[in-house]
Design a protein around this ligand. Structure first.
Ligand code: FES
Length: 81
């Protein structure tokens, strides 16, 4: 998986933007923004992929493991709360 070597500074946070999907390009930032907008509700991978990719379906599917980990962490944090 390729990463963009672009650093952003937002308040006290500095992070490197990582591209999650290259077929329908979107970054981890876009995924996190979508997940944080769920207001504490669980979500599914297909919904997240569709929203972040602008309504597309995965092509090569090499990003799905990363996306699955992100969604799983989100859903696990909700269950634990
Ligand atoms: S990298 Fe996401 S579908 Fe190919």
């Amino acid at each position: 998986m390729e990463t963009e070597n672009r650093s952003q500074t937002s308040g006290d946070w500095e992070y490197t933007l990582m591209m999650v999907c290259l077929c329908h390009p979107f970054s981890d930032k876009k995924v996190r923004e979508h997940l944080s907008g769920k207001d504490g509700k669980k979500c599914g991978m297909s919904e997240v992929y569709s929203t972040c990719s602008g309504g597309n379906k995965p092509q090569c599917c090499s990003c799905l493991e990363t996306l699955k980990d992100m969604v799983k962490s989100h859903n696990k944090a909700i269950t634990a709360a």
